[in-house]
Each structure stands twice: as structure tokens, then as C-alpha cells.
Design a protein around this ligand. Structure first.
Ligand SMILES: Cc1ncc(COP(=O)(O)O)c(C=O)c1O
Length: 399
């Protein structure tokens, strides 16, 4: 494990006056506070002793059954036995590492990919095989370069990927599923932003395409799927899940027993009540509308304040825009410029430089979060960042 210099730098974002597009935080305005308060009181009143007691490692059974039913695609048959409740999907990533990965193993990842997945699996001393992505997601035409590496699995976020915001096209999804099925390589499908689509139609998940390929005959487990309530309800309650074959769930359960015994019962019961009564579903359109407006504000501000030499992605959902600076510009040193406090200056603004999301390269990229800031803050922050960028571009790079 390594210490992150960027995390240290980003501590500045806690100071008043700093605008931060760095975190991956949902908007606090997106939390259904009244509903959660009401549901929590009801749980404590009616089933309080259960909610405050230890529970099974696999998770609260009604929640497992609800997830199995709700997330089973048409061609895949799932039961509660295929679901493990985890303390956020981040724990799911780590548990999968615990049971699948040995030192020296190779994991195929989109490049760039979710930083904390790289962090979680680096601890198991693995190598990463980067598969480049573009505005249509993982470039499946580049998969040929990784087959010789005997991959343990391929990790993929098909929707509104963290960090780029891009979505894997249907034809690439089909190619990825077919090519890995042929070679017997599992896919880890991580889909935390699935419900947060602002434009266009939902595309079939990799889990669903694998089921269709197999001809609707149960669940073969070629795709292991991760989900979470973090982006549609609350990240603070830490409730996520893994969908996997029973034998894998059994191993994951043993691994989880050594970590935290089980996910908090009260939180699982809150998630279940909010989910099965339809309260989450009713709440999602309001989140989508808020985030769509914020995404539009960020794209408009980028077009206004950023130089023509800079490009960025146009996400159809999720929480992030990904920016490509000119090749020679180092986003980490731009961050230093943009965090500098100047007496008469516009004030600091933070983002995450893109390098650490790559296994190599990517120094000229950066990630911007649009879900957490309101629209005036987005305009102000992108205007400040545009100024910092112009200042940075005006200074000749040291060679
Ligand atoms: C791609 C991806 N996977 C997993 C997670 C972890 O989410 P949580 O542990 O809150 O469920 C995140 C959070 O930002 C994410 O972006």
C-alpha cells in the first residue's frame, strides 16, 4: 500500500472558501432525510431488538431476497443465496480480492479505472493489465493484447464510469461478454451509478447479456455483479451487495467473517424498508433531475471558461466529467496552482488529477465531480479553474 501525496494536498479542500470538485460525493440535497427518519423510527419501534442485534454474515434475508428479485435480469434466475450484503460495494471489491487473488495474478482493468479498486487489489500484490478506453468505454478491440496474460478476471464499470463518466456501448458489451465467456474469464461488473441515467435508454447489464448468451438457463456466474445503495439512498449507511454463484458467496462469507462479522443490521433494515416500499424508486427522478442540471451547468461552464486546447467527456449519467488537458500539461501541478491561496486571487479550487486512475500515464487528465456542488458554485469553480489553467499554460514547462 502506498501513501497518496494527492490526498495530502486535497486536505486543503476542508478550508472555507475552497471549491471542491474532488470528492465523489452525492449531493446532501439528494438524501431523503424525512423518509429515512420515519422508516428508522418504525424499525426501532417494531423490530428494534433485531435491528440492534448481531445478524447473519450473508446479510438481512429480506434484503438479499429483494435484491435477487429486483436485480435479476430476464435471462438470469437468482435467489437470496446468490446475494451477499457488504459494507458498501468497496468492501465487495476487497472481498473479491481476498478470495480470488494471489500474488503475481493479473487483473484486466479499463484504463483509466476506479482508483480505489486499484488500491484494494494492489494490497494482494497483483499486476494490472490496462485495457484502454475511449468515449465509448473499454476498447474491446484491444482485448487481444491481454489474453496471453492468463487473467484472473476483468473489472468493468459499464455505466457512467468513475472516473471518466463514459458508458460502454451495447456492441462492446456484447463483445466483452462473448470474448470472456469463450475463454472462461470472469467479469466483475461494478455498476454503482446504474440508476442515475439522465439521457438515453438503459443498456443491458453485462450480467444480463451473459444470461442471454447462456440461454436463460439459471445463473452460470460468468459475471459477478456489484451494487450499492450509496448513490441512490446514502453512502453513509454503507450498504452494498455482491451477486455471485452460491459457491462464491460461500467463500466471500467466510472472508467477510474475518473482516466485520456482518453489515450493520439497522442500516440493512433501513435500506430494505426504503427499497421494498418503493421510497427509493420514487426519489430517484428528483436526484436525476438535480444531477442532470448540474452536469449541464458544468459542461456549459467548461465550454465558456476552458481554452480550446482542452477536451472533456459528455456523460449521460453518474457524477463525473473527465478532462483531457494538452499532452504536455501535468494535472498534478495544475492542482498545486489551483490550490494556491493568493491575496487578491479568485480562491482555491480542487479536483483529482487523473494519473492515479491509470496503471501508467494519464498525467494530463483530471476528474471533476458535478453532483456535490450547486449550480452557482459550479460556475464559480470552473471559472476559477479556467483562470488557473490559463495561468498554468502561460508558464513555460521546465525541461
Ligand atoms: C466505481 C465504484 N465502485 C465502488 C464504489 C464504492 O461505493 P460504496 O462502497 O459507497 O458502495 C464507488 C464509490 O464511489 C465507485 O465509484
Amino acid at each position: 500500500m502506498t501513501h497518496s501525496a494527492i490526498r495530502e494536498l486535497l486536505k486543503v479542500t476542508e478550508q472555507p472558501g475552497c471549491i471542491s470538485f474532488a470528492g465523489g460525493l452525492p449531493s446532501p440535497d439528494a438524501f431523503p432525510l424525512d423518509e429515512v427518519a420515519e422508516v428508522t423510527q418504525r424499525i426501532l419501534r417494531d423490530s428494534g431488538t433485531r435491528a440492534l442485534q448481531y445478524g447473519p454474515t450473508e446479510g438481512y434475508r429480506p434484503l438479499r431476497a429483494w435484491i435477487a428479485e429486483h436485480y435479476a435480469p430476464p435471462d438470469v434466475t437468482l435467489s437470496a443465496e446468490n446475494v451477499l450484503i457488504t459494507t458498501g460495494s468497496q468492501q465487495g471489491l476487497d472481498l473479491l480480492g481476498k478470495i480470488f487473488l494471489d500474488p503475481g495474478d493479473v487483473v484486466g482493468v479499463e484504463s483509466p479505472t476506479y482508483l480505489a479498486a486499484l488500491q484494494a487489489w494492489t494490497a494482494y500484490e497483483v499486476e494490472f493489465a490496462p485495457i484502454p478506453s475511449d468515449h465509448n468505454g473499454m476498447q474491446t478491440s484491444r482485448l487481444n493484447s491481454v489474453w496471453s496474460l492468463s487473467l484472473k478476471f476483468i473489472y468493468c464499470q459499464p455505466n457512467f464510469q468513475n472516473p471518466t463518466g463514459v458508458t460502454l456501448t451495447l456492441s462492446r458489451r456484447e463483445k466483452l461478454v462473448a470474448a470472456t465467456a469463450q475463454r472462461g474469464i470472469p467479469i466483475i461488473e461494478d455498476d454503482p451509478y446504474h440508476a442515475l441515467r439522465f439521457d438515453g435508454e438503459h443498456l443491458p447489464t453485462l450480467l444480463s447479456l451473459a444470461g442471454r448468451r447462456q440461454g436463460g438457463d439459471g445463473y452460470a456466474g460468468h459475471v459477478i455483479a456489484l451494487g450499492t445503495f450509496s448513490k441512490i439512498l446514502s453512502p453513509g449507511i454503507r450498504v452494498g451487495w455482491i451477486i455471485a454463484p452460491e459457491a462464491v458467496i460461500h467463500k466471500l462469507t467466510l472472508a467477510k467473517q474475518g473482516v466485520d462479522l456482518h453489515t450493520a443490521m439497522l442500516n440493512q433494515m433501513i435500506a430494505y424498508e426504503m427499497a421494498h416500499t418503493g421510497l427509493i424508486e420514487q426519489h430517484i427522478p428528483a436526484i436525476i433531475q438535480m444531477y442532470r442540471e448540474r452536469r449541464d451547468a458544468m459542461l456549459a461552464a467548461l465550454a465558456t471558461h476552458f481554452p480550446a486546447s482542452v477536451r472533456w467527456t459528455m456523460p449521460q449519467g453518474g457524477m463525473f466529467v473527465w478532462v483531457y488537458l494538452p499532452e504536455q500539461v501535468d494535472a498534478a501541478s495544475l492542482l498545486e496552482t489551483s490550490l494556491e491561496e493568493q491575496p487578491e486571487g479568485p480562491g482555491p479550487v480542487a479536483f483529482v488529477p487523473g494519473g492515479p486512475f491509470h496503471t501508467q500515464g494519464g498525467a494530463n487528465t483530471l476528474r471533476l465531480n458535478f453532483s456535490h456542488s450547486d449550480i452557482p458554485t459550479i460556475h464559480e469553480g470552473i471559472s476559477r479553474l479556467g483562470l488557473a489553467l490559463k495561468k498554468h499554460l502561460a508558464v513555460p514547462a521546465l525541461s
